[in-house]
Design a protein around this ligand. Sequence first.
Ligand code: ZN
Length: 412
Amino acid sequence: MTPRRGPRGANLGQLGTFNQAVVLHAIRTAPGVSRVEIGELTGLAGQTVTNICRRLLRDGLIREGEPVAAGQGKPRTPLSIDAAARYAVGVHIDPALTTLVLLDLAGLTVATDRFATPVAPDAVATVTAVGERVLSFVAAADVPRERILGVGVATPGPVDVARGVVDNPPHLPGWRQVPVRAELERVVGLPVQLEKDVVAAATAEIWAGTFASATSAALIYLGTGIGAGLVVNGEVLRGASNNAGELGQIVVDQGGEQCRCGQRGCTKVIISAEEMVRQSGDGSSPSSLVELDAELRRLYDRADAGEEHALEVVHSSAVAMVRAALLVTNLLDVERLVLGGPYWTRMSPYFFTVAPAMFAEHAAAHDIHPVELLDTTVGEHLAAVGAASLVLDRTYSPRPGTLVIAPSPRTT
Ligand SMILES: [Zn+2]
C-alpha cells in the first residue's frame, strides 16, 4: 500500500504536541513506514521526525522493526504502533441492546460484550448497571488498567456533549436530563466522553480509514432510528450542539403515513423498525424492543423468501432510505457514502437493488463524479467501536485545539 499523504506537520517549536500526533497518525495509517517516509508524508524536517520518534519509542507508543536495506542509502527502519500500549473502552447504549468493546491503539477490537440494556427503576440506575458491566468487562479483559485511556459512550441523541447529558431520545422513554457521563465516571473511575451514536459511528469509519481520500463523505446509520454522520475533510460535522445528522424527520414521501411530529412521510415513519413491522400487518404492535427486533427479522425472512406484501414493505423502506441518502449526498456533494448500523445488514441487499438507478438519475453531481456506496467496514459494533475511537481520536489525532497527548506532558 502506498502511504497517502496525511495531515501536514508544522515546523514550529510550540507545535510539538501537534507534530507528535501527526507522526503517530502517519505511523498508524502506514504501518512499517520509515523516518524518511514520515518526513515526506508530513512535511516535517528530518530532525523533528527523529526527535518525535525517539520520544514515542521512549513512551512505548511505537516500536522499531528490523532495519531493511534500501538501495545505496542507509537501511530504513520500519516503525509501527505498539497496539498494546494504550486501550479505550467503547460503550453503545441502544434502547434494546448495550454493546461494549475494548479497542487497542491500532484501532483493533480486542474484546466485546453485548447484553440487553439493563431494565432499572430509572435512567440513572440503568447507567449505573451499565457501568458495573463495564467494570467487569475491563477486569476480564486482563489489560493493565493504567493503559486504558478512558471510556467513550454513544447514545441516541439529543445529547448535551458539554455537560455529558442525554436528554429525551425518542426511543428511551424517561431519559430526561440523564447525567450519563458523571454517573459512568463515578462507577467506572475512568474519564468518560459522551457523543451521539451517529457521530461515534462516523468516527469509527474515520479511524478505520474508510473516508481516507474523500473530502466530503457521510455515514448513514440504521438502528432503532435513522441518522447520518457527516464527514467533511476527515472530520465529523457536529453542528451547533453536536446533534447534527437527524435524518428521521426529513420528509421523503409527502403522501406517506402520518408521523407523530405532525408531518406526513418522514423518513422515520417509513424506515423505522416499528413502522416496518406495523405495515407488514402482523396484527398487534410488539410490546418490547426485543420482540420488535424478532418481528423485524421475521419480516425480512418473509421478504427474502419472496412473499409479496413483505417485499412491498421492505422495498418501500429501501426507496425511502435511498431518498434520504440522496438528500445527504446532494446537500454535501458527497463522494463516498457508507451505510451501517444494527438494522443495516438485512436492509442492504434491498437498498443496493434500487440505489444505483436512483443515484444515476437524482444525484446532482453524478455526471461530474461518481458517488461510492459502501457497506460499513467496521461491522456490527459500529457505534461502540466509534465510541472507543472517540477516546483515541481525542487523545491522538492531529487536530489543533482539541489535542491532549497522553501520557507525555512535555512538548518540544
Ligand atoms: Zn416526523
